[in-house]
Design a protein around this ligand. Structure first.
Ligand code: FAD
Length: 305
């Protein structure tokens, strides 16, 4: 059995694995796709001490760093269940039917951005269609952008972007904004933020290389309008990869794994880190930090049990 079995090979999982292996304990990592969301990222400018890197390069470096230690990396494996075994060990069941046993488990399965599923969105991903204002906002300095979604993340994004870009157009599907009042008031007070409600985004437009605009349908009149923008920030939710844990662990109403400050979940000996948890602010540097926390939390648990 493993001392620590990490489920997930993104920045949180890689960090957990390195911190665990450095304690000299038997460590394994299961990853459906090593690198996680970082593999889908083009430019990264906020990974502190590295002024610029790119997703695939950082993924290769993460893997290289993990491989400096004695860690079993099991790629292209999906965990489908977690349970307490009769022998006191945790059991992680894989999609291929295999069952791995461990004294402690760190869940770092990350999350995925909810997509609009409209024509052009996939084609122009990272060519104007973005999901992270903290990451990509500065790319649109002085240009017009749209934010899709009028919840807290959409309105926060609009306020954040308004200080950088020329004009922000917020498109909200419903007839009212779902963000907190204080955020809505702030956004409404900004001269370069325009909020359009009852707007259903229908298509991302581009010139073959990058985004040039979008179309939306006014749900009140059924009229279709075009907005010319260089960037589109999709802010309609982050979906945690926690479906397989629903019946096992305490999850928040959004499906995030509830953790304490040491990364401990509701099942003793099971820790979690990164975007799949309730910890706020989903960023590479934040998830790496929480991976370290969860690994040290797991080590503390192991030496006490
Ligand atoms: P993830 O990176 O999501 O990794 C999850 C891992 O778990 C993957 O290996 C996945 O295959 C695996 N997994 C999932 N389910 C299972 C399962 N059932 N069984 C086995 N394995 C499983 N952040 C920044 O700080 N700067 C940026 O510039 C930046 N740009 C971004 C751009 C894009 C397009 C996206 C999508 C995100 C960006 N982020 C950025 C956010 C950052 O990528 C995430 O916060 C970070 O990757 C979260 O790390 P994680 O390890 O928690 O999860």
């Amino acid at each position: 059995a493993y001392n620590v079995l990490v489920v997930g090979g993104g920045p949180a999982g890689a960090s957990s694995a390195i911190y665990s292996a450095r304690k000299g304990i038997r460590t394994g990592v299961i990853a459906e796709r090593f690198g996680g969301q970082v593999a889908d990222t083009v430019g990264i400018e906020n990974f502190i001490s590295v002024s610029y890197t790119e997703g695939p390069k950082l993924v290769a470096q993460l893997e290289e760093h993990v491989k400096e230690y004695d860690v079993d990396i099991m790629k292209a494996q999906q965990a489908v269940a977690l349970r307490e075994g009769a022998d006191g060990l945790k059991e992680v069941e894989l999609a291929n039917g295999a069952v791995l046993k461990a004294k402690s488990v760190i869940l770092a399965t990350g999350a995925r951005w909810r997509e609009m599923n409209v024509p052009g969105e996939a084609e122009y991903k990272a060519k104007g269609v973005c999901f992270c204002p903290h990451c990509d906002g500065p790319l649109f300095k002085g240009k017009p952008v749209a934010v899709i979604g009028g919840g807290n993340s959409g309105i926060e994004a609009a306020i954040d972007l308004a200080g950088i870009v020329e004009q922000v157009t917020v498109l909200e599907f419903g007839d009212s904004l779902r963000a907190d009042d204080v955020l809505v008031k702030k956004a409404e007070s900004l001269p370069n933020v325009k909020i359009i409600k009852q707007a259903m985004t229908t298509e991302v437009l581009g010139d073959g290389k990058k985004v040039t605009g979008l179309t939306y349908k006014d749900r009140a009149t059924d009229e279709v309008h075009t907005v010319n923008v260089d960037g589109i920030f999709v802010q309609i939710g982050l979906v945690p990869n926690s479906d397989f844990l629903k019946d096992t662990l305490e999850l928040s109403s959004r499906g995030e794994i509830e953790v304490d400050p040491r990364g401990q979940t509701s099942m003793p000996g099971v820790f979690a880190a990164g975007d799949v948890t309730t910890a706020p602010y989903k960023q590479i540097i934040v998830s790496m930090g929480s991976g370290a926390t969860a690994a040290l939390g797991a080590f503390d648990y192991l030496i006490r049990s």
